[in-house]
Design a protein around this ligand. Structure first.
Ligand code: NAD
Length: 305
């Protein structure tokens, strides 16, 4: 079995490449990554190969995808603030890039898994977020991920391509970068706490998130690859747990053995208030999925720091 992971040198991609390369029956794993936010060192010792280049390079993409059984499409500019700063760049990579990946898959009939995002629920206040809710994007990033999954589903419907679009929620774990303006909340908190700085909470801290450990995401994706799972609808990839950011600070305090200081700043535009996945669709397709509990995942992440 030959697998291509676009964005495979990134945070989630590198975990997936490592998981796949260690899976019996998987012959070759190739990451296609332009290293814009990913890093070649993430793949050191993983057993996966790296082709450095962009999904926007049609010739390169075709040659990499040519004999792949499955393509896991994770390459994207993955940040709400980044998309507010440069919406066109987000659109080009996340929307146009997805169409290019789909075109390459269409030529060969490859099975395609793709990463959309819980951000597509946006302004919807219903909880938990089930996949039938109308999408209400609050940022160019969210709109570009909605385009990602819409194109994936359209290629499934129009061309019979075997596809499965996932909506990832807040994924965290080792390899997730900290210390830059677009850092996700858990690495940003850990980075601050371990350097003795206060944790920056945007808004009142009562906003909630459904955090998923990266190993749990990689396990579901690998299972989907091996069993060639498809879906005519998007599938949330999170397990329906919800915690406030202040609750997360409590969990971190327990893991670190001391309570970090917190400073509040104004809420950020484009951020959603509450997030929690409905996981019925995921559970139906992946009945054996066993998510890593938050405390355990935080401890593994803190160890990596
Ligand atoms: P990441 O930035 O670590 O990974 C994205 C990878 O894509 C990087 O390695 C980057 O170099 C690569 N890339 C960007 N543009 C490219 C291009 N034009 N050609 C080839 N490679 C390119 O981020 P991540 O957190 O691992 O995200 C993976 C996917 O999951 C993304 O599609 C993201 O939108 C989605 N997602 C992530 C989360 C999360 O919580 N981390 C939540 C929802 C959705």
């Amino acid at each position: 079995m030959k697998i291509v992971v676009t964005g495979g040198a990134g945070f989630i991609g590198a975990h997936l490449c490592r998981t796949l390369a260690a899976t019996p029956g998987v012959g070759q794993v190739t990451a296609l990554d332009d290293l814009s936010t990913g890093c070649a060192a993430n793949l050191d010792g993983s057993g996966a190969g790296l082709v450095e280049g962009s999904i926007l390079d049609t010739g390169l993409l075709r040659s990499v995808v040519r004999d792949a059984d499955t393509v896991v499409h994770l390459a994207a500019l993955p940040s709400v603030p980044r998309s507010l700063a440069d919406p066109v760049a987000s659109h080009e990579v996340n929307a146009t890039g997805t169409v290019r990946v789909l075109e390459a898959c269409r030529e060969t009939g490859a099975h395609l898994l793709a990463a959309s995002s819980s951000s597509v629920y946006g302004a919807s206040t219903a909880l938990p977020k089930h996949e039938e809710l109308p999408a209400r994007p609050l940022s160019p990033y969210a709109a570009s991920k909605l385009a990602t999954e819409a194109y994936v589903l359209a290629y499934g419907a129009a061309f019979g391509l075997p596809v499965l679009p996932f909506r990832f929620f807040n994924v965290y774990g080792p390899l997730q970068p900290a210390g830059h303006a677009y850092a996700a909340v858990i690495p940003a908190f850990l980075d601050a706490a371990l350097s003795g700085r206060p944790l920056t909470v945007h808004g009142d801290g009562h906003q909630t998130r459904d955090f998923t450990y990266v190993g749990s995401v990689a396990a579901v994706l690998a299972d989907a690859v091996l069993r060639r799972v498809t879906s005519p609808d998007p599938v949330n990839l999170a397990f329906g747990t919800r915690i406030s950011l202040l609750g997360l600070v409590d969990q971190l305090a327990a893991v670190l053995g001391e309570r970090p200081a917190v400073e509040h700043t104004p809420p950020r535009p484009g951020d959603v208030r509450d997030s929690q996945a409905a996981d019925a669709r995921l559970r139906a397709l992946f009945p054996d999925a066993a998510p890593v509990p938050l405390r355990e995942g935080l401890a593994a992440t803190a160890d990596w720091f």
